[in-house]
Design a protein around this ligand. Structure first.
Ligand code: PLP
Length: 395
């Protein structure tokens, strides 16, 4: 069977852009030198890494020296938090939110086992963060604040630039997990007070297994991976040259595509969302629809299981997620939707559609055509739905 894939799962991972792959290929074959070598064979690789660092820095308005290449978003998150703790050993308190990715959430739980304390700020029903709560949570013992820029499941955007100001006034280092924001939202580190920022290649059309941590000049930093002098002593390990080159190219492309995220991608996302909400009863969007990434729509279809919807969409080649990629495989409603107080019957039937600049109008039309019938079929099999719809008819 040669079915076309309709890929609407770009918050889980993205396709590698053809230009990115092309830029990477020579660094697997003829240009294999070690960038730390004294010979010019390695030197030309070091030069390419410098270029990639400039490309990553340019996307977020940073200086190249503020960019550290890592192996993924998770490593960047871990490195940022551990550095803040290591450079202030007298402080033992971390402030974060209830809806963070496991790269922060599980790390905090792990650190709690080592004697650290952490506060998870609650979010409102629409997933938005109230900054007054942040102010109240801070103590003289707070070593770091870490808040995600945009949520991977709902796309809801946190006011991280305002939060970073609050942190700076109190001398507390501020980290943001911007893995879902970079490439989708304009970011200019020259205009904010954020000290550390994590990004990940595979969310913006670079390969998996490459990430970056931005560390503002002047921020004290203690390396997570201790080894050679690579990354100016801030991250040991021979550089993953092909992936670094790929990340640089992907950041260059993302800069060029940024406007499209807000126009083409947003329009397609809105078209999909509006059509599904109007054609499917008892469906609703999870998360604020204004303070949100332009590519993400998290919709609950009441009284059915998200997993059932995913399986039936899969028969048509349509890829999306229920919960986040990292929590799928578990039938627990996601911690993000639970933190937002989404009722159980709604949380279970939630699907995250996440688009990219590679999606087309035809693909969106295809999903709009197929999904209402899928939901109707599943609801026809659901005892809850049958009793609810009968009750509605007799009302
Ligand atoms: N943070 C957020 C918000 C994410 O969405 C992800 C990936 O899903 C990560 C961190 C982890 O990134 P990586 O897969 O590169 O480790």
């Amino acid at each position: 069977m040669n079915m076309k894939t309709v890929y609407l799962d770009n918050n889980a991972t993205t396709r590698v852009a053809p230009e990115v792959l092309e830029a990477m290929l020579p660094y697997f074959s003829e240009l294999y030198g070690n960038p730390s070598s004294m010979h010019s064979f390695g030197g030309q690789v070091a030069q390419k890494i410098r270029e990639a660092r400039e490309q990553v820095a340019a996307l977020i308005g940073a200086s190249p020296e503020e960019i550290i290449f890592t192996s993924c978003g998770t490593e960047s998150d871990n490195a940022a938090i551990r550095s803040a703790l290591a450079t202030q050993p007298e402080k033992r308190h971390i402030v974060t939110s209830r809806v963070e990715h496991p790269a922060i959430k599980s790390l905090c739980l792990n650190l709690a086992g080592q004697g650290y304390r952490f506060t998870e700020l609650a979010v409102e029903k629409n997933g938005i963060l109230d900054l007054e709560q942040l102010v109240k949570s801070l103590t003289p013992d707070t070593a770091v604040i870490s808040l995600m820029w945009a949520n991977n499941e709902t796309g809801v955007i946190f006011p991280v630039e305002e939060a970073a100001e609050i942190a700076r006034e109190r001398g507390i280092p501020f980290h943001t997990d911007a893995v879902q924001a970079v490439g989708k939202l304009p970011i200019d580190m020259k205009k904010n007070a954020i000290d550390m920022l994590s990004l990940s290649g595979h969310k913006l059309h670079a390969p998996k297994g490459i990430g970056s941590l931005y560390v503002r000049k002047g921020t004290r930093f203690s390396p997570f991976l201790i080894g050679g002098h690579q990354e100016r002593g801030r991250r040991g390990g021979t550089e993953n040259t092909p992936s670094i080159v790929g990340l640089g190219k992907a950041c260059e492309l993302a800069g060029r595509h940024l406007a499209m995220e807000n126009t083409t991608v947003r329009r397609l996302r809105d078209k999909l969302e509006t059509a599904l909400l109007s054609h499917i009863p008892k469906s609703r969007v999870n998360g604020d629809t204004e303070q949100r990434l332009p590519n993400t729509s998290n919709i609950s279809f009441e009284f059915i299981e998200g997993e059932g919807i995913l399986l039936m969409m899969n028969e048509y080649g349509i890829c999306a997620s229920s919960g986040s990629a990292c929590t799928s495989g578990s039938l627990q409603p996601s911690h993000v939707l639970r933190a937002m107080g989404v009722p159980f019957t709604m949380a279970h039937g939630s699907i995250r559609f996440s688009l990219s600049v590679y999606n087309t109008e035809e693909e969106i039309d295809f999903v709009i055509q197929k999904l209402p019938a899928i939901i109707e079929r599943l609801r026809g099999m659901s005892p809850y739905w049958t009793s609810v719809s009968q009750a509605c008819e007799t009302e």
